[in-house]
Design a protein around this ligand. Structure first.
Ligand code: AMP
Length: 211
């Protein structure tokens, strides 16, 4: 069976884009805690209402809330997952092992990139509300402004937490919390590092050779 993959990296480091490519080619399932939380917010569920302000401020939601959501949406018997956006701190790394992975074969991939490059990537990011295709107004703009190349939708949205002030905060939170997560996987020889500053195709071929 393919190893369970744990994608680590700053917001905007390309984890989501590479996960989408890997899923298409290798049949993984994508589990993004950010996506699960945004779905709850959109549906205005009780959980969604509780986390809206926290997410819009670029802060981390409490570990238990995210873990419960993760557990509810994971079924390891159905195949291998890409965990994207979880763990975000050392405690979550332990919880993922103890409560979800429970000794199954897994590998963490760290998308390494100079954090100064990410501000521009994030504030210019737009996502198609219909098919989920991700654009960047500076680096990967749609052929026709405001129209999705893939499905023709004119719903190219900016995430609420991709505005300048919140982006700064999210990058600060990442800097403050990532070290214990890397140590957790490194000490057990489960960490591989990937240069995420290259173009998408190059990153994708390095990713495939690493896993
Ligand atoms: P992301 O899409 O991974 O950038 O996550 C967007 C937002 O969702 C984050 O800024 C947090 O507010 C929240 N979030 C996602 N995953 C987690 C997590 N593992 N722990 C705490 N908060 C999370």
């Amino acid at each position: 069976m393919q190893p369970q993959l744990i994608f680590l990296g700053a917001p905007g480091s390309g984890k989501g884009t590479q996960a989408t490519r890997l899923i298409k080619e290798c049949g993984y399932q994508h589990l993004s805690t950010g996506d699960l939380l945004r779905k709850e917010v959109k549906e205005a569920s009780e959980l969604g209402k509780r986390v809206t302000a926290i997410m819009n401020a670029g802060k981390l939601v409490d570990d238990n809330t995210v873990l419960e959501l993760l557990k509810k949406n994971t079924d390891l018997a159905s195949g291998a997952y890409i965990f994207d956006g979880f763990p975000r701190n050392g405690d979550q790394a332990k919880l993922l092992d103890e409560v979800v992975l429970k000794g199954s074969n897994s590998k963490a991939v760290y998308f390494e990139i100079d954090l100064d490059l990410l501000f521009d990537r994030l504030v210019n990011r737009r996502t198609c509300g219909k098919c989920g295709e991700i654009y960047n107004l500076k680096f990967k703009a749609p052929a026709q402004a405001g129209v999705c190349d893939k499905c023709g939708s004119t719903e190219l949205n900016q995430r609420k937490d991709d505005v300048a002030e919140t982006v700064k905060h999210r990058l600060d939170v990442f800097k403050e919390t990532i070290e214990p997560v890397l140590k957790h996987y490194e000490s057990e020889g489960r960490l591989v590092r990937l240069d995420a500053s290259n173009g998408s195709d190059e990153v994708f071929s390095s990713l495939k050779s690493l896993i």
